[in-house]
Design a protein around this ligand. Structure first.
Ligand code: ADP
Ligand code: MG
Length: 241
């Protein structure tokens, strides 16, 4: 009975209704694979964040994206969900006949590699073991890393240093790569990984989708463009900061 409710709370209710009808985008609007939506629901994420709302459709459409948004704005899922969606779609069409590393996620630190790998675990939980991923930034016996890479996981998470090292040793194969993510690109560059990025960029086959995220993008944008977008095709730049 609305009459018994104090006015302030009624207002609150009205505002809630308003923001809902103001076409706030939902995860359902993003047309993601139902197994990913299940994982999103199990995390109780109600709506995509602004950077997710903007980046996911572009990434699903295969575009290169450079997304700047502040820390905590949900940039991980902005690239992870479209990446996983694309992998699931390819698995459905090729029947997973060929094991192939199709996505490489580069991060500035081992800690971030662990975090991203945790998110991969959470958001592939309903894919019935269908997506294989490996974090190769941990300290471990090199023979173990080599063996893990030899399985050709769908997704490899690494710092640029580790990725270029294993590329040089021909343990990391990038010839089947379809997606390259550089997460926290500002830090990746600040931590001195430019040479490793150079090594990796020259090894990429043509047509690899590139998604980069950053909390800031100032001079970094020129470096990234020179490294990864030397030709006419430039990434869509999302600036939500
Ligand atoms: P960023 O990389 O932009 O700093 P993260 O991707 O690490 O941000 O996300 C920050 C936090 O927000 C994480 O704990 C993540 O699980 C959570 N999160 C991400 N997307 C959503 C969402 N749509 N709704 C609620 N929480 C979310
Ligand atoms: Mg982040």
């Amino acid at each position: 009975n609305e009459q018994d409710v104090p006015e302030a709370i009624q207002d609150g209710k009205a505002n809630n209704k308003k923001s809902k009808t103001a076409a706030a985008p939902t995860f359902a609007d993003l047309n993601l694979d139902s197994r990913l939506v299940q994982a999103i629901n199990s995390e109780k994420f109600a709506t995509p964040t602004p950077v997710q709302t903007k980046a996911i459709p572009l990434a699903l459409a295969g575009q290169d994206v450079l997304a700047r948004a502040k820390t905590g704005s949900g940039k991980t899922l902005a690239y992870l969900l479209p990446l996983l969606h694309a992998i699931l779609a390819r698995h459905a069409s090729d029947g997973k006949k060929v094991a192939r590393t199709t996505a490489l996620i580069l991060v500035p630190t081992k800690e971030l590699a662990t975090q991203v790998t945790g998110a991969l675990k959470t958001f592939t939980a309903f894919c019935a073991g269908g997506i294989r991923f490996e974090n190769i930034s941990r300290k471990e016996d090199p023979a173990v890393t080599k063996a893990r890479l030899a399985e050709k996981p769908d997704v490899v998470v690494a710092t640029p240093g580790q990725a270029s090292k294993w590329l040089d040793q021909e343990a990391l194969q990038v010839d089947g790569l379809r997606h390259l993510v550089i997460d926290e690109a500002d830090l990746v560059l600040n931590y001195g990984y430019e040479d490793d990025l150079q090594t990796l960029s020259t090894a990429l086959p043509p047509g690899v989708q590139k998604i980069m995220t950053s909390a800031t993008l100032r001079t970094e944008i020129d470096t990234l463009t020179a490294l990864f977008f030397p030709d006419a095709a430039k990434p869509a730049i999302l600036d939500l900061s």
